[in-house]
Ligand binder design. Structure first.
Ligand SMILES: Nc1ncnc2c1ncn2[C@@H]1O[C@H](COP(=O)(O)OP(=O)(O)OP(=O)(O)O)[C@@H](O)[C@H]1O
Length: 254
């Protein structure tokens, strides 16, 4: 059973502390956790610290041992994708897979790449060059590059931001299935509260670098949180199919 635990995590930029002694004791394998919060609340900073790209204080442990990124335990998709190298989609995924994956990948890598592209609905892009893709296509390939590494910890920063409604649904569905099948710990920064309500198993709500709430999405996202965190009046209602949805009435009175 893999689990991630975060204890007393703090991150500073210069003298300014933007993550403030954050504790998240047990993010379980097989669960998708949505990392929520307003602009500037520290979501990307937290993800970068978990990915080892941001110096931090505190403990980050996988199954009780310090997270070892050199062993490819974590894969991270940044909010802003890096500039494209001149590789095809297929080549870029082979490179990503070979860098970190098992001997099995080395023997069956081609098949794995094609299967992953098929499951994301983008196999037609296999021979396209990365620098010729649209923003949404590039984001889908970024998600594939993270998944092909077979990490124990998957960190995705706003992976839906460039995707149309169909792909948003498709990607979240796939991430949830793959998270369960591979027993990964998956942490996804989301601004779309409805996506969190529908697809996440758990939600962490950040504000000003502190953890305001941690629980099932329906426990974390409610009228009080909409007002306190986002400054809007609203409520969560179930649609006829039983799925909870946020309805916003307007900005809260100051
Ligand atoms: N490289 C940096 N140097 C200094 N301050 C930074 C840096 N990156 C982020 N910050 C500050 O840290 C705080 C948290 O930023 P962060 O990007 O983690 O927020 P976020 O919750 O991901 O926001 P958003 O939803 O807008 O992407 C902000 O106040 C931001 O101005």
């Amino acid at each position: 059973m893999t689990h991630l635990s975060i204890a007393k995590l703090s991150v500073r930029y210069g003298k300014r502390r933007v993550i403030n002694g954050l504790d998240a004791p047990c993010l379980a394998a097989g669960e998708v956790t949505a990392l929520l919060g307003p602009n500037g609340s520290g979501k990307s900073t937290l993800l970068r610290a978990l990915a080892g790209l941001q110096p931090c204080e505190g403990q980050i442990a996988l199954d009780g041992r310090p997270l070892d990124r050199r062993r490819g335990q974590a894969a991270y998709l940044p909010q802003t994708l890096p500039p494209c190298v001149h590789l095809t989609v297929f080549e870029s995924l082979m490179v990503a897979g070979q860098a970190t994956a098992s001997g099995l990948f080395r023997r069956h890598g081609d098949d794995e790449v094609v299967a992953l592209l098929e499951s994301l609905g983008i196999v037609r892009l296999a021979r396209s060059h990365l620098d010729q893709l649209s923003g949404g296509q590039r984001q889908l390939v970024g998600i594939a590059q993270a998944l092909i590494r077979e990490p124990a910890l998957l960190l995705l920063d706003e992976p839906l931001s460039a995707l149309d409604l169909n792909y948003q649904f498709h990607v979240m569905d796939l991430l949830r299935r793959e998270t369960r099948r591979r027993r990964m710990v998956t942490l996804i920064v989301l601004h779309d509260l409805n996506a969190a309500l529908r697809h996440a198993d758990r939600a962490l709500m950040l504000k000003d670098g502190r953890l305001l709430a941690d629980g099932r999405p329906e426990q974390v996202i409610d009228a009080a949180a909409l007002r306190a965190v986002y400054g809007v009046d609203g409520r969560v209602e179930r649609c006829p199919q039983g799925v909870p949805h946020v309805l916003v009435d307007g900005l809260s009175a100051a």
